[in-house]
Design a protein around this ligand. Sequence first.
Ligand code: GLN
Length: 542
Amino acid sequence: MQKTKYIFVIGGVMSGVGKGITAASIGRIFKNYGFRTSAIKIDAYINVDAGTMNPIEHGEVFVTEDGDETDQDIGNYERFLDVDLFSTNYMTTGRIYLSVIEKERNMGYKGRCVQVVPHIPMEIVSRIKAAAEKTKAEVMLVEIGGTVGEYENILFLDAARMMKLDNPEDVSFVLVSYLPVPSHLGEMKTKPTQHAARMLNNSGIQPDFIVARGKGELDKPRREKLAFFCWLQSKEDVISAPDVESIYDIPSVFEKQKFGHLLAKRMKMKLNRPHKSAEWDQFILKMKSAKKSVKIAMVGKYFATGNFTLADSYISVIQAVKHAAWSQGAEAEMTWIDSEDYEKDPKKLKELSAYDAVIVPGGFGTRGIEGIISVIQYARENNLPYLGLCYGMQLATIEFARNVLGIKDAHTVEVNAKTKNPIIHINPQQAQNVSHNRYGGTMRLGAYDCDLEEGSKVAKLYDAKKISERHRHRYEFNNDYREAINKAGLKIVGTNKEQNLVEIVELKNHPFFVGTQFHPELKSRPTHAHPLFVGLIKAALK
Ligand code: GLN
């Protein structure tokens, strides 16, 4: 095993240009070289985690095995690196301050004056090292959220600077910057990136490499200009990163420019291990050769807010659908449908016949719920393959109770606290959390075991008797209705034995109708499509 090498990925010019994917892609390159690789995401906000943030503002909350509510980039890392990450792989300003203050209150600083500098950067450094230790990473990617020049991330940059000072050979810095093409000029401009590099210098950091994001390929004169004005060692240290069709193409875009070798050389790493790239290469081949198309309707609320936020809020579901489709030689065409449309005009439900399958992803609250229930009824009655994720499972049981068992007022207490038939209810502990406004980190979170019913469709798909999946919800299926729905054909095929909880339902005599209380999408990887999504896609292709 090699001593941990840290690669800090820092953004310049503006956010949203792909720092996370850059870090993930560099990570994949080192994994393919045979190194144990992990990644850390740093978010500069005061929130302790992403769990309490509005999904439209923040995008998806990605849940780790150990139940941390993190940023979507953690999901990108897990997908690219094909490893599990933990709470230690994620930090926010809020989390750092909280632990420093707690430590101070417990006399952890032995009576010394505790100061922003050096104690906050020191806490950051110790967390970065602890994450490397926990994951036994030989290469650790550290993505610092936001862009240089923001007041918020100065202390994180300072921590990075300190680490470089201590071990210059073990740390390198990658600046991911954006090169705009102003429409009246029609050419890529390097000046904003030059300023970003200068700004980074002000924090005591000299970038080793610049990843030049832009619409198109970087040309020779601009590459030279950037290397010269940003004080890089050579023009090869500027990596061109044009827009590409798929995020999964980026490792190979980097490899064509020898980025991995250059990084390794800078950190004095020996690249003499047998390569382990077969799995990844195979996946890329499958992705490129997908020919058929499969049409998936994604139904929920929030969807009227425009495509950008939408894709961000459900990034893991989108990726899981794509992975499964590629594994079956197909390209997924996803259409977002706002369930409120069907509340206004139920006749529109017929439009669903144009799709090969329906997914209802997770969600919260009241808006659009009746529309979703009518979509589930349509899927159930018309043999349209259906996958319900968390809320999508809960609402499927409500639909079934109402329309098959004839329990007209069946509901979830999340929407109707007074219903006489709470098919979905809340346990006393969770009810306490809600009534005392204890929202942060209190849902049922992270990995739980689930026993599968022998002979069920899902047991066959998983090819297992026991599985483990990740959760993020407050409400649960009410066991009082277990027997009735089971008897009527919505089979309970997955349960958590320890807490006696319903985890998976599956409809008898239907091509594919499955609801999961957990979020299977969180464990789908490009190199290992998730069995339930594969099941849905297979049924859809029939
Ligand atoms: N709102 C539901 C609950 O809290 C479902 C949550 C979800 O879909 N993630 O139980």
